[in-house]
Write a protein that binds this ligand. Structure first.
Ligand SMILES: [Mn+2]
Length: 263
């Protein structure tokens, strides 16, 4: 919702604000200050263990596959035996699908699939939703992906891979910042890669860093050195520019982390 121009107005008149799957408050972007200044009752539903969002009421389970799975549990209590409407089941399915990386992240459990089985029984159509979520790319997005991947960097014999999304690349291809969602997953398919980093230069001059790793490499610890957070194998940082300095600092920490792991 942070990209929606109506979001501030909604926050301003809210009685209750529920923040989901946020980990660090600064991931609320320009809504962070309005949300923190609001007199509304704040609720946090999350599966990040390192969250810092100040809430009156928190439902946090780091073992949950996804925030959607937690909301499914809460809605089951509220429904008290009534059937989950199909529209809500669809929203929860998409929440779980995307938050588990398509049921592949390490927190995905037998229970996750049982919850999803319930959602399918409520009328969810996986093929249609997969199309809606993953097959709506614009040509600009694929062109940006092409330039990003053609500039793929490899280091430490292929154990570390990174890609850069600069403002220049965005402008040349006509792509938007949000088109970059999911790009970090592609270098992860490289044989032998242990850590993948995506550096994105934001229009504001800040640098958004997305990190992924294969066990036992822990990128949450790398992110934490720069005030970021997330999960052991999927983490993020929002850093001040300038871009080259932020990038070098994170790469140095990444190399140190991988060197430590190989001892
Ligand atoms: Mn999540």
């Amino acid at each position: 919702v942070a990209g929606d121009p109506r979001a501030e107005a909604v926050v301003a008149r809210a009685d209750v604000i529920a923040v989901v799957d946020v980990s660090k408050s600064d991931r609320l972007g320009r809504l962070m200050n309005p949300v923190l200044a609001s007199a509304a009752r704040r609720v946090c539903i999350d599966h990040h263990a390192d969250g810092d969002f100040p809430a009156a009421l928190s439902v946090i389970d780091p073992d949950a596959s996804s925030t959607g799975e937690l909301i499914f549990d809460l809605s089951s209590l509220l429904l008290d035996g009534r059937r989950l409407p199909t529209s809500v089941a669809e929203a929860l399915y998409v929440a779980i699908l995307t938050d588990t990386g398509g049921f592949r992240f390490s927190n995905t459990a037998a229970r996750t699939h049982r919850v999803v089985a319930e959602l399918l029984a409520r009328g969810v159509n996986p093929e249609r939703l997969h199309h809606e979520v993953y097959e709506k790319a614009r040509p600009e997005t694929l062109r940006l992906l092409g330039t990003a991947l053609s500039g793929l960097h490899l280091d430490l014999g292929g154990r570390l891979a990174w890609v850069d999304i600069t403002q220049e690349r965005l402008q040349q291809t006509g792509a938007r910042q949000e088109d970059v969602d999911g790009f970090v997953e592609l270098p992860r398919t490289l044989d032998g890669v242990e850590m993948v980093i995506l550096f994105m230069e934001l229009a504001s001059g800040k640098v958004k860093v997305s990190l992924r790793s294969r066990p036992p490499v822990n990128v949450q610890r790398v992110a934490a050195q720069f005030g970021g957070g997330g999960h052991p194998h999927a983490a993020g940082i929002l850093m001040d520019g300038p871009w080259p300095r932020a990038r070098e600092a994170v790469l140095a920490a990444a190399r140190a982390s991988l060197a430590e792991g190989s001892k």
